[in-house]
Design a protein around this ligand. Structure first.
Ligand SMILES: [Fe+2]
Ligand SMILES: [Fe+2]
Length: 187
């Protein structure tokens, strides 16, 4: 297994995840007001809770980046692209589908990050595992709201949305999360 440069690569990777989390928090806040506006108050409340949890994930990542001697970046330039991609929603179903796609990307991103630090940095791994557990919870909650039984996280082609049986084909000199993720494409 390729040895990583922990001092540089781990904080950089954590900052990628931090950008994703900041984007997630903003998205859920936007969706909170959107759902309230179309009179889906119970779902709006769910979005607000998720926004708070994503904010908490961001703080956990920032804390770990700082502990490793890095500088947490809460203002990734990719946030502007993310805002451009937000769009408008006509109904709560559309909102939930977008959230589910982002949450599944988050699960994939955390699984990859955990693999990356598995041997090198057990403390970071534990931080990431705790967050992953909550992201999997988000997938389950939104799937349930959408009435979907299947809560598995699949690898999807970033352009066609088709399921891939060989996710590795997406890895071309960068992590799959970076290549495939809705977050990385939009944040
Ligand atoms: Fe999160
Ligand atoms: Fe989440």
């Amino acid at each position: 297994m390729k040895k990583i440069n922990s001092e540089i690569e781990i904080p950089n990777m954590l900052n990628e995840l931090l950008a994703m989390e900041v984007g997630c928090g903003l998205r859920y806040r936007k969706h909170y007001f959107a759902a309230n506006g179309i009179h889906s108050k119970s779902i709006a409340q769910e979005f607000l809770e998720h926004a708070e949890q994503e904010g908490n994930h961001a703080m956990q990542l920032a804390t770990r980046i700082s502990q490793l001697g890095g500088e947490p970046n809460f203002f990734s330039p990719r946030l502007m692209d993310f805002q451009m991609e937000m769009g408008e929603f006509k109904n709560v179903l559309e909102i939930l589908k977008v959230d589910l796609a982002f949450e599944k990307d988050a699960v994939i991103a955390y699984r990859e990050a955990i693999n990356m630090v598995a041997q090198e940095d057990p403390t970071t791994r534990r931080v990431l595992e705790r967050i992953l557990e909550e992201e999997e919870g988000h997938v389950a909650e939104i799937s349930t709201l959408l009435g979907q039984d299947d809560q598995s996280v699949l690898y999807l082609d970033p352009t066609t949305g088709e399921e891939l049986d060989q996710p590795d084909r997406l890895i071309e000199g960068q992590s799959r999360a970076k290549a495939n993720s809705h977050y990385s494409a939009r944040i």
